[in-house]
Structures are given as structure tokens and as C-alpha cells.
Write a protein that binds this ligand. Structure first.
Ligand SMILES: [Zn+2]
Length: 403
């Protein structure tokens, strides 16, 4: 346990206090965060020194002072209503829990998720994007070379295999017989596990850049990738908006600075049209990546100042807002990290737009109700949902269908 206090030079309002709590919570198990007359004090249950916690608190406060509140786009439909659709989606079996942050999907939810993927594919096609596919397991070098493990340790997930020798295989085989316990499997050599050479993909675009490493003939190009991504987090309440594994479609643009910046403007306009066209109450605003409380957090400040990241934030229902997509301008981050250049030696830039398909589908059910057949005609048209066809939307096996 650790406790630390810092004096506040300026007062901290409620929103800023909540922001500090959220950022600190990425790195520590925060048990108390109090704003007194003197300053701000935090208590965490982690095994960390008071001094280290104090350092983190100072860093987080510095970042929160720079938090971007600029809002570029807002769509607030006059007829807006929103209600949490998750209980009903679970009751009728469209959504079923496998474990914390892990869900199975079927029925109308899955149909809408697929329609959204097709919709983002169409955005990609307008950018002339070529379709690519990567496995959900990546060599750890893909992430280590961009400092992912240093910047986002709280999100990282590794995939070790059993060590390739008879003794280790035997140990593992014996230790994990059926009935050997419901607990997690320790990833140690004693348990027969080999060091992890692969990590679970936390996003879908990085392999695009990694495969260019060492090249000096990179041309202007756009790509699109669909994949399952993994983050070591889940909603404590089991809500659909924070999943450990979810699907994402990205549009990626690589090339000269001018080409990338022009495409970024086009993608920003597409993101606005998406939010508006789907009838969502939403904004597009500058945002930070969830950097860990070490020197990585400073990057968040720079990122915010340079407005490199924009998020499509959706109000699903009163009191529940989340990002369903983002537009990330990397400048030359990937070409510097992986070592590649444009034909002729110029610096290669990149930008990507990623849409979290489950989050966006969830937002649509909250906004328009449980029956896509009854959604507004323009929304149905945009999603390419044809005549109502419930017969083709069987629920998941074993699901109790009540709707
Ligand atoms: Zn990306």
C-alpha cells in the first residue's frame, strides 16, 4: 500500500478529478483519491513506495492540465433517446458471456456487427484501400520495436507455448488434467511454459508498417484490415463497451506527408458522416492514448498538444459515453521505429482510422432499440439491412430466446 499527496497550484474541478482518477487507475489499484483544502491525496493498494506514487501523481496532474477538451464535431439528434440494450441482448441470447471481457455473439447483434464492418470497408474502398489480413498473434518484436510494452504494460497480453521438450510437456500435461482446478495457469518454466515469442495483437494495423522495415521504396498507399484485438482489461460491471477481445476494422494510409494529411482530412469527414448517418449522439474530439504512469505519460501531453488522436465518442445512453472509433495520425513514428522510407529517401508518414465494431453495434442497439427491422429507414439503408429476416438470425446455441 502507498499514500501520497501533492499540493494543487490551481483548483481541480470534478471532471478533472475524475480524469486524474482514470489515468492513475491504469497503473495502480486506487483505493482513495481525495481533494482536500491542501491538495490532492491518493491511496493505492499496490506494493509501491510512497515516493513513486507521488511522482506518478505529479505526472498525472501535469497531463490532466493539458487534457484536450477541444471538440471539433458534435451531432445531437433532436429525437435522441438511449437505453442500455445489453440486458435485453443477453436475455434473448444475441450476446452471451464467456468470461470477464469475453462474449459470444449471434442473432441481430452479429448481423449489425457484420453490417458495420461492411460499412467501414466501403469507407476504405473510397480511399482505394487494398484488403490485408494478419494473424491475431504477432512476434513480440512488432510491439517491442514501437515501445508498446513500455508505454502500455497494463494492456499487454502475451501468448506463451508449452516448452518444446519432453519433460516440460509432461509437467504441463500432468499439472493440468481435467479437474486440476479452475484457476489460471502460471506462465513459468516450472509449469512447462516456454518464454513468449508472440503477443496477442492489441490492434490491427502495426504489421502493415512492420512488414515495411528496412525498405526505402515505400509508395503512397491505403490498406484495410479486419481483426480480433486483445487488451488486458475488462469492464468490472461486465459491460459490452470494454472487452478483452473484440473486433476492429481499420483503414491505414501510408506515404508522403502531403498524401497522408490529405487522406486524414478525408477520413475525418468519413468519421463525422458515420456518426451522423447512424443517428448517434456523438462527438469527435482530441484524445490521448492510455499511456502508463512512467515517462510514457509525457507522450500523452505531446500527443494532445499536437492533436494526433481524435476519437468518435458516442453517448450510448444517459451517463454512458465511450469511444467507438479513432483517427490516429502517427506522423513518422512507425517509419522511425521500424526503419523504412519513401522511394527517394523521404520520410514516410501514416494515419489510421479504427472502428471498434462491438462498441458501435452496442451503441446502435442502445440508440435505436432491439429490433433492427424497426430502425429508421436511413440507418437501415446505410447499414445495407434489407427486408426483415429474423429467420436467418438464429441465436447462439443454447440461448434462451425471449425476443
Ligand atoms: Zn491503427
Amino acid at each position: 500500500m502507498a499514500q501520497a499527496s501533492v499540493r494543487l497550484k490551481r483548483p481541480l474541478d470534478d471532471a478533472a478529478l475524475a480524469g486524474v482518477g482514470a489515468v492513475l487507475g491504469r497503473s495502480f489499484a486506487v483505493t482513495a483519491l481525495d481533494r482536500g483544502g491542501e491538495g490532492l491525496s491518493a491511496t493505492v493498494s499496490d506494493d509501491v513506495s510512497d515516493e513513486r506514487l507521488r511522482e506518478a501523481l505529479v505526472q498525472v496532474l501535469r497531463v490532466s492540465r493539458h487534457a484536450a477538451s477541444e471538440q471539433g464535431f458534435a451531432h445531437d439528434p433532436a429525437d435522441w433517446r438511449g437505453e442500455d440494450a445489453q440486458p435485453a441482448l443477453e436475455a434473448r441470447g444475441d450476446v452471451r458471456r464467456l468470461g470477464p471481457g469475453l462474449f459470444a455473439f449471434g442473432g441481430a447483434f452479429l448481423a449489425v456487427r457484420a453490417a458495420l464492418d461492411t460499412l467501414v470497408q466501403a469507407i476504405a474502398a473510397r480511399q482505394g484501400a487494398a484488403e490485408l489480413a494478419y494473424p491475431p498473434l504477432w512476434p513480440v518484436g512488432v510491439l517491442r520495436d514501437i515501445n508498446y510494452f513500455h508505454d502500455f504494460p497494463q494492456l499487454a497480453m502475451l501468448a506463451p507455448g508449452v516448452a518444446p521438450d519432453f519433460a516440460a510437456r509432461t509437467r504441463f500435461s500432468e499439472a493440468h488434467r481435467r479437474g486440476s482446478g479452475p484457476g489460471a495457469i502460471a506462465c513459468t518454466a516450472e509449469d512447462g511454459l516456454a518464454p513468449a515469442a508472440n503477443a496477442l495483437a492489441p490492434t490491427v494495423c502495426d504489421c502493415c508498417y512492420w512488414l515495411l522495415r528496412g525498405r526505402s521504396d515505400v509508395a503512397d498507399a491505403a490498406f484495410t484490415i479486419h481483426g480480433t484485438v486483445f487488451r488486458n482489461e475488462s469492464s468490472p460491471a461486465g459491460a459490452l463497451e470494454r472487452l478483452t477481445a473484440y473486433t476492429m476494422r481499420e483503414v491505414v494510409v501510408i506515404g508522403s506527408e502531403g498524401f497522408v494529411l490529405a487522406r486524414r482530412e478525408a477520413l475525418l469527414a468519413e468519421l463525422e458522416a458515420l456518426g451522423r448517418g447512424l443517428g448517434l449522439r456523438c462527438t469527435i474530439e482530441a484524445a490521448d492514448d492510455p499511456f502508463f504512469c512512467n515517462d510514457a505519460l509525457q507522450k500523452g501531453v505531446l500527443q494532445g498538444l499536437a492533436r494526433l488522436k481524435h476519437e468518435l465518442r458516442v453517448v450510448a445512453f444517459e451517463g454512458r459515453t465511450f469511444a467507438a472509433g479513432s483517427l490516429n495520425l502517427h506522423n513518422d513514428f512507425f517509419s522511425r521505429s521500424y526503419g523504412y522510407a519513401l522511394a527517394g529517401g523521404g520520410t514516410a508518414f501514416s494515419v489510421c482510422m479504427g472502428i471498434g465494431l462491438e462498441r458501435l453495434a452496442y451503441a446502435l442497439f442502445c440508440r435505436h432499440g432491439l429490433e433492427p427491422e424497426r430502425w429508421p429507414a436511413p440507418v437501415r439503408a446505410l447499414l445495407g439491412l434489407g427486408a426483415a429476416d429474423r429467420a436467418g438470425q438464429a441465436g447462439l446455441p443454447g440461448a434462451a430466446r425471449t425476443g
